[in-house]
Unconditional design. Sequence first.
Lengths: 242, 242
Amino acid sequence: MPEHTVSSFDQELKEIGRKVVEMGGLAERLVADGVSSLIKRDGALAQKVVLLDSTVDQMQREIEDRAILVIAKRQPVANDLREIVSAIRIANDLERIGDLAKNVGKRVIAIEGEYHPAKLVRGVEHISDLVLEQLKEVLDAYAARNEAKAVEVWGRDGAIDTMYTSLFRELLTYMMEDPRNISVCTHLLFCAKNIERIGDHATNVAEIVYYMVTGQNLPESRPKADASSETTLAFPGRSAQA
Amino acid sequence: MPEHTVSSFDQELKEIGRKVVEMGGLAERLVADGVSSLIKRDGALAQKVVLLDSTVDQMQREIEDRAILVIAKRQPVANDLREIVSAIRIANDLERIGDLAKNVGKRVIAIEGEYHPAKLVRGVEHISDLVLEQLKEVLDAYAARNEAKAVEVWGRDGAIDTMYTSLFRELLTYMMEDPRNISVCTHLLFCAKNIERIGDHATNVAEIVYYMVTGQNLPESRPKADASSETTLAFPGRSAQA
């Protein structure tokens, strides 16, 4: 299409949607690479993740600017307005996901060369697999405008939170067993928290997709089972509090 | 004013601005109360913070809805558009601040009744004072459309990050000194991180205020000195890595 053609409203909507999908793909890659850099202890890959996050930020700004322009120019209502507002909101969550992946990358760089038994990261690997699956599924749900798929993702967040809570206790246990684990486990706790938060944002995106497609909100009470911020692990010999 | 009067564009803008200020006040209070509940070990206050966060969330949604309506209805340009888009963005940062304050509240509830020497929270109190001051100042800068004040806030974020990095090391040291500190210090580390992140969002707001008033962006490279994610503290006897 020649550049001087004023694109139609539909084309503008599609273009915004296409950019969200593209941004989602990049955010997903950042998460996958961030986790992979942690598991393989690959500082160079972690460094790449840290650098690429600024591209995610740029994409968010671009989507927001474009969406606001379209709102001002076309005064969309109903479905169309929902579509555009959803693009702004999803881009916002994807930007946060990129940020969290970057944080994982930074921690990987921090613990390079530290005392670091392989078993410590196993739990983080586990939760990451689940979160990556959620992220992939919700981006598919967005691309396909599939609200049923969005509901599935939304319903699975509880499993991630439960896994995170048990991982939190596990890492605390490693710290108490051997003080040499304290530094690395602290960073792993933050990594795990970042990854769990990525899962939360995937759930947010699921809610937005559902709203976008149906015009309805999912129930207020999201399945929430992360109790780690209410979890303590007492010093061995004292009873643990849930 | 009778309800049936269609308010003018200027009045709509002012109303959105007023709502942002109101939301800022509430977010500030949540942070102050969250920190206060931590220092006084006041579980009831912490509980209030956790509950009030949903009001902050509602306010964000309201500001966003209203702003988008105004954009669609009035097709604002230049200054006016900047004003409205800035309201959306600031509300977004304030929502995150509320969320982070809520997280502090949850941790306070978690460590109630735990082994918890007073000296452990002193550093967190310190950084909180600084962050609260930043938040207060940046909200004043927004209310007064004072870009110089925004630049001041923006320039001070480095001090918070430096303080956070040293607090991170301090808490790790307490854990290594006495394993009974591990559980509480872990929660305090997350509290400190949440508070440091509130400082980051205050800096974001400063950037938005500057942009709103001047139409210019502050330089890309924000003063960043939080090196804690690159900080490890080796087991005593091994050299610490920066």
